[in-house]
Design a protein around this ligand. Structure first.
Ligand SMILES: [Zn+2]
Ligand SMILES: [Zn+2]
Length: 109
């Protein structure tokens, strides 16, 4: 029988749960239902993802998914990040990346 590795949750790296939207600086609490992340954890509010980014990450070109909520017990052991990342999107430099990707499903980019 194949050995199944047991996961030690204390040794895992985890989502940093950034405190704000990288584009508009809206606060995104760890339990916010408006936080969206790409696979690299670039973090934006859902309004920016839909209205500004058109589901194209300005840093990596990938799509976004809703950020999972860490339960309160988990937050006590592994608190959310307190370091804001703020890098408002430059519409001019972003446009080519957006136009290239916005009509391609994230799983086909
Ligand atoms: Zn935003
Ligand atoms: Zn990204």
């Amino acid at each position: 029988m194949e050995k199944i590795k047991k996961i030690n949750y204390l040794n895992l790296t985890m989502l940093s749960l950034r405190p704000n939207c990288e584009n508009c600086n809206k606060p995104l609490a760890p339990n916010s239902t408006e936080a969206m992340i790409c696979s690299y954890e670039c973090t934006f509010c859902v309004d920016c993802v839909n209205d500004v980014l058109h589901n194209v990450c300005p840093n990596c070109g990938g799509g976004f998914e809703k950020r999972p909520i860490r339960p309160k017990d988990g937050l006590r052991k592994h608190p959310s990040s307190t370091e804001p990342v703020l890098k408002p999107v430059n519409q001019v430099t972003f446009r080519p990346l957006m136009e290239k990707n916005q009509n391609i499903l994230p799983n086909e980019r």
